[in-house]
Structures are given as structure tokens and as C-alpha cells.
Design a protein around this ligand. Structure first.
Ligand code: LIP
Length: 265
């Protein structure tokens, strides 16, 4: 099996190349279609970037598996899996709102061993390898020093189902008076990387997919942060929580539990 370092370096290179492709496509006339709802959009750039990444990864590591947001699902004969979001924050990409990324996570069996998240508008690469620490470009990053829950800045996001968003907003209303404030940036991988570098104290979201959170989960953990799921320390589609400290993570999970699972259309 390749060393973790080889996988980390490859993820960094592939993420940067894919970011160049997205950036160069930004000014073209986008072809946009919808997926799970009329607000869940995908562009031809998402699909072209995914195809580029699948070709690059398969060309370098033909024995590896690949799972990606826009449907690629290549079964390899190795314990290594690449989990890709070609554009995380597609709505932001379409609107030109400066919060979208390329997210590439790598698992060896169940362990996340490499992660690369390219913040395209900021031209910055967040990356990590298991046991290597977390980085933004060449700078080491770390979660913010512990603060009281009441002084915590919390990121979150909402689903593509209107009923689900209303239920999520009701939960938000239940905690907004107990924390410093809320931020909604629109790309889970960047929300978690912002946590890793101290721009947020905590983050939660229900309804994420593995390609949204895999890479950034490793980056948060290697930056000294805590990741929780609904009942353990693994993120999931039901719930992903990230925090600079366990007290804040536990606060968010305890508050969220009575509201889960959020309704769907
Ligand atoms: C997005 C997530 C974000 C969530 C959005 C959307 P996409 O992923 O990263 O956290 O709030 O609703 O799901 O669909 O842009 O790849």
C-alpha cells in the first residue's frame, strides 16, 4: 500500500489542479440542472471536474476505489478509497458567493488518512495526513482556544428540502440566544476548515454526505479539534458536529438530539 505521505501529496496536487479547472470555468456560461429539489443544483463544471479527478486518481492509483458526489463510483481492489466533492458549495459557485471548494478525502479501510480542501475564492489549500498535523498552504493551523459556549461562534448549514430547512431553523432559534452568533457559509468542507484554523469555534449540520465532510474531518482532528456524530465520534449523514473542545461539541449534540432526524419533504 502507498505510504500516507504519497496519498497526501497526491490529494494536494489533484485538489489544486481541480481548483484551477473550476476557477477557469467560472466565467463561462454555466449549464445548470437540479437534483433532489429545485434548489439542489449541479453544473456542467461540477461534472467535468469530477471526471477530471476520477481520471487523475484512476490513472495514478488504478487499484483504488473512488466515490464522488456527481455519481462516480469506481470499485477498486484495495483498501484505499478516494471520497470526492468536485465543487462543495455549488450554489455559492453559481452565484459567485466566495465560499466553495474542491474536497478530496482518502480512507484506508475505515480510517481517514489524507485530506485536501482547496478554498477556491481564497486560493488556499487546507490539508492533512493522519498524524501529520493540519495545514493551510505551508502554515500549521490549530483550532481556536477554548471559550465559553456563550462566546462561541457557530457555523451551520441547511438542507435542500424546504420542510427540512424550516425544522433546522426552529432548532437554530432554540440555541441562537445561548451562543455568540451563527455563520452560514454554504460549504461544509470550508466550515470545518474554518473551525480548524480558528475562524469558528464550532459547527454542526445534519444531512451531509461523506464527500462533504471526510477530508475536513481529518483536518479538524489534526488541528486539535473534536468531531462528533449522532452517538459516537464519527460524522454521518444524520449529524456532523465539529468543535474546538469537547464541552462545546457535547452541548451542540445534547441540544440537537430532540430535533433529530430533521423532517424531509
Ligand atoms: C453543500 C454543503 C453545505 C450545505 C449545502 C450543500 P454541495 O454541499 O457543503 O454545508 O449547507 O446545503 O449541501 O451540495 O454544495 O456540494
Amino acid at each position: 500500500m502507498q505510504s500516507y505521505q504519497t496519498l497526501v501529496e497526491a490529494a494536494k496536487i489533484f485538489a489544486a489542479e481541480a481548483a484551477d479547472l473550476v476557477r477557469s470555468s467560472r466565467m463561462q456560461q454555466l449549464s445548470i440542472s437540479s437534483k433532489s429539489s429545485n434548489t439542489d443544483m449541479v453544473t456542467d463544471v461540477d461534472k467535468a471536474t469530477e471526471n477530471f479527478l476520477v481520471d487523475r486518481i484512476h490513472g495514478a492509483f488504478p487499484e483504488h476505489s473512488i466515490i464522488a458526489e456527481e455519481g462516480s463510483d469506481h470499485k477498486g481492489n484495495s483498501e484505499i478509497s478516494w471520497i470526492i466533492d468536485p465543487i462543495d458549495g455549488t450554489t455559492n459557485f453559481i452565484y459567485g458567493f466566495p465560499s466553495y471548494s474542491v474536497s478530496i478525502g482518502v480512507r484506508a479501510a475505515e480510517t481517514i488518512v489524507a485530506g485536501a480542501v482547496f478554498n477556491i475564492p481564497e486560493d488556499a489549500l487546507y490539508w492533512s495526513g493522519k498524524g501529520m498535523g493540519a495545514f493551510k498552504n505551508s502554515d500549521r493551523i490549530h483550532v481556536r482556544e477554548r471559550v465559553a459556549v456563550s462566546k462561541s461562534l457557530i457555523g451551520t448549514g441547511f438542507g435542500y428540502s424546504a420542510i427540512r430547512r424550516v425544522a433546522q431553523a426552529k432548532f437554530l432559534a432554540s440555541i441562537i440566544g445561548e451562543v455568540r452568533d451563527i455563520r452560514r457559509a454554504g460549504a461544509a468542507s470550508l466550515d470545518l476548515c474554518f473551525l480548524a484554523e480558528g475562524r469558528l469555534d464550532g459547527y454542526y449540520e445534519a444531512g451531509l454526505w461523506p464527500w462533504d465532510y471526510t477530508a475536513a474531518t481529518l483536518i479538524v482532528r489534526e488541528a486539535g479539534g473534536t468531531i462528533l456524530g449522532p452517538v459516537d465520534d464519527e460524522p454521518s449523514r444524520e449529524l456532523t458536529i465539529g468543535a474546538s473542545n469537547l464541552e462545546l461539541a457535547d452541548f451542540l449534540r445534547e441540544k440537537l438530539h430532540p430535533y433529530l432526524p430533521f423532517e424531509e419533504d
